[in-house]
Design a protein around this ligand. Structure first.
Ligand code: NDP
Ligand SMILES: O=C(O)C1=N[C@H](C(=O)O)C[C@H](O)C1
Length: 247
């Protein structure tokens, strides 16, 4: 039995994770903590894998605590840029047996959407991303959109494509979205939504739209459970659930 600790356990994702881990074979929730609880109970309960769905401002400190205490981590919380990933990698360099998985999105379709976008990127001059989420989300753009933009930008660079052409000379602040590695990302926040993303490519006389919709938070759970099972045998930093899938 893998002993699992959940951080953010009273949140939208954390509560779902507690249910999914309890329902899965070979793992148990031994600690379910939220914002005011003591992380020391992770150690006291013998937690082997922590699942973190908290807040972008809190997650790095939680990962530090886990690494220091030889606890593997499966991290869904958004807000991981390259410098935060490098920080985690540095911590892990001194810990041969600890693994941390940071996954911008645990939904299978979102993982495929990112991969398809990476594959399509070199064939199209222009690309923009639209992400749409519920209106209680703390951060914009979404971690998934930022990660997708970075993958697309890297694929464009590798193919020798330059900047995305844009003739805009007159605009209102924000009208053209945020820029992540040169890729425009537009964030929509609406009650009723869960998590949705479109990657739009434009070429000569055609467009390609790759869209993914999470209609319910259960969509993330098979990926989280896979992450918990996988991380115990994967020391070091793993970025993206795709590394645990046969993609
Ligand atoms: N990778 C993926 O597939 C997915 C990632 N996410 C990401 O997960 C994160 C959480 O999302 P969501 O569940 O919707 O958010 P919620 O606000 O519903 O849940 C977060 C919970 O964590 C608590 N919390 C905040 N800080 C800490 C802390 N230091 N220690 C323990 N608990 C803490 C919050 O308490 P309080 O409310 O009192 O602050 C809240 O109960 C976001 O970054 C989101 O983008 C979401 C869905 C899928
Ligand atoms: O806050 C959310 O809900 C989600 N957050 C993640 C993100 O920022 O990409 C993953 C998913 O989009 C849901």
């Amino acid at each position: 039995m893998i002993k699992v600790g959940v951080l953010g356990a009273r949140g939208r994702m954390g509560a779902e994770v507690c249910r999914a881990v309890e329902a899965a074979d070979g793992m148990d929730v031994v600690a379910a903590l939220d914002v005011d609880d003591q992380r020391s109970s992770l150690v006291d309960s013998g937690t082997q894998v922590v699942v973190d769905f908290t807040h972008p401002n809190a997650v790095l400190d939680n990962v530090r605590f886990c690494v220091d205490n030889d606890i593997h981590c499966v991290v869904g919380t958004s807000g991981f840029d390259q410098s935060k990933l490098d920080t985690v990698r540095d911590w892990l360099a001194h810990k041969e047996n600890v693994g941390v998985l940071v996954a911008p999105n645990f939904a299978l379709g979102a993982v495929l959407c990112m991969r398809f976008a990476e594959l399509a990127a070199k064939f199209y001059d222009t690309v923009e991303i639209v992400e749409l989420h519920h209106n209680r989300k703390a951060d914009a753009p979404s971690g998934t959109a930022a990660h997708t933009a970075r993958l697309v930008a890297a694929a464009r660079a590798e193919a020798g494509l330059g900047e995305v052409p844009d003739a805009t000379t007159s605009t209102v602040d924000g009208a053209r979205g945020a820029e992540v590695d040169g890729v425009r990302v537009h964030s929509v926040r609406l009650g009723g939504l869960v998590a949705h993303q479109e990657v739009l490519f434009g070429g000569q006389g055609e467009t390609l739209t790759i869209r993914h919709d999470s209609l319910d938070r259960t969509s993330f759970m098979p990926g989280v459970v896979l992450g918990v099972r996988g991380i115990v045998d994967r020391p070091g930093l793993t970025v993206g659930l795709d590394k645990l899938l046969d993609l």
